[in-house]
Design a protein around this ligand. Structure first.
Ligand SMILES: [Zn+2]
Ligand SMILES: [Zn+2]
Length: 350
């Protein structure tokens, strides 16, 4: 048996004993250290988005390989790993082309099958990525946002030497800014409405931070590019205002990528939309963080650059570390908007 945070119904998550998973052929059992509460987990507990009951959520996790099933060769007990939540079908046309994020017949650790808000989680061998002793287990729970950011960067035909605007200074935004730098950006500018996040962006290496609540911010933003606009624009907030801002900040022939997930209907004036015609910029979106061969270099590069320290981590990414035994309380915090500033991590060992 093991302890887990089990969702029984809407707003009913209980710390209780369930059966410990076994290492079936091709699978590994991970002894979980930390799991981030993802935005997508909130409506699965506080709303009606849970696929079935009882369920164990949790998909952004780090831990140590505890047991391996028959045929597993790439990891061994004791290896430090980060979890990879998507389990694509590998058979459909999208999977055959290596576009795993677009698979319609996928499973997902921590929503469609039991996840890591538990002492142990069982996943296919390919659903873990090893990391070195230089990466601590807290960082290990941040692989997903880091890979989402890198995947978004690569949805453009990204090359070094350009100016880069990042809209939204959350974790994905901070990671996007850092990847842009690692791959040679000439200048990175982060846009947000909270000064602390802009300060953090600068600590992590951004050349400038612009508060978009300030009057005249657009002029200031354009000045930083000599009036040309930005060669690459990454929208990471999913906010109507920043999505429109992306169209204004783009330079002629720019590439614009929407990483943030929209939450509201949005409309553009003719003039706003016409920016895309007049500037001939390319607009694309980004979904999750996978590429061929599965799970993709996004994951290996995250392990590498967290290891070298070039992909920086700031303690302020973490709002609180909560023991698994008190997981219900953590979901309560999300009921009051503005309470949670940063990622809540669940510690599976407490
Ligand atoms: Zn997530
Ligand atoms: Zn598929």
């Amino acid at each position: 048996m093991m302890k887990a945070g089990v969702v029984h119904a809407r707003e009913d998550i209980r710390y209780e004993d369930i059966e410990k998973p076994k290492a079936e052929p091709g699978k590994v059992v991970v002894k979980v250290k930390y799991t981030g509460i993802c935005g997508s987990d909130i409506p699965r507990v506080n709303g009606d988005a849970c696929h079935y009951f009882p369920n164990v959520l949790g998909h952004e996790f780090s831990g140590v390989i505890d047991e391996i099933g028959e045929g597993v060769t790439s990891v061994k007990p004791g290896d430090r790993v980060a979890g990879i939540p998507l389990v694509p079908c590998m058979k459909c046309e999208d999977c055959q082309k290596g576009n795993y994020s677009l698979c319609k017949h996928y499973s997902f650790i921590g929503s469609r099958e039991f996840g890591s808000f538990a002492e142990y989680v069982a996943v296919p061998e390919k659903n873990v990525v090893k990391f070195s002793d230089d990466v601590d287990f807290v960082k290990g729970a941040f692989f997903e946002p880091a890979t989402v950011a890198l995947h978004g960067l690569e949805r453009t035909d990204y090359k070094g030497g350009g100016t880069v605007a990042i809209l939204g200074g959350g974790t994905v935004g901070m990671m996007t800014m850092q990847w842009a730098k690692i791959f040679g950006a000439k200048k990175t500018v982060v846009f947000d409405i909270v000064d602390e996040r802009l300060d953090l962006a600068k600590r992590l290496g951004a050349d400038a931070g612009i508060n978009t609540l300030q009057e005249g911010f657009m002029e200031k933003a354009m000045e930083l590019t000599g009036g040309r606009g930005y060669d690459y624009v990454f929208e990471t907030a999913g906010n109507t205002i920043t999505m429109k801002m992306a169209f204004s900040l783009a330079a002629n022939k720019a590439e614009v990528c929407f990483i943030g997930t929209p939450t509201k209907e949005l409309s553009f004036t003719v003039d706003e939309w016409e920016n895309m015609n007049r500037k001939e910029f390319k607009l694309t979106g980004s979904w999750m963080s996978y590429s061929a061969p599965f799970p993709g270099h996004e994951w290996d590069l995250t392990a590498h650059y967290f290891g070298t320290g070039e992909l920086k981590f700031d303690d302020s990414f973490v709002y609180k570390i909560q023991p698994l035994s008190k997981i219900a309380e953590a979901f309560e915090w999300f009921k009051t908007p503005g309470t949670v500033k940063g990622k809540v991590l669940i510690n599976s060992e407490q």
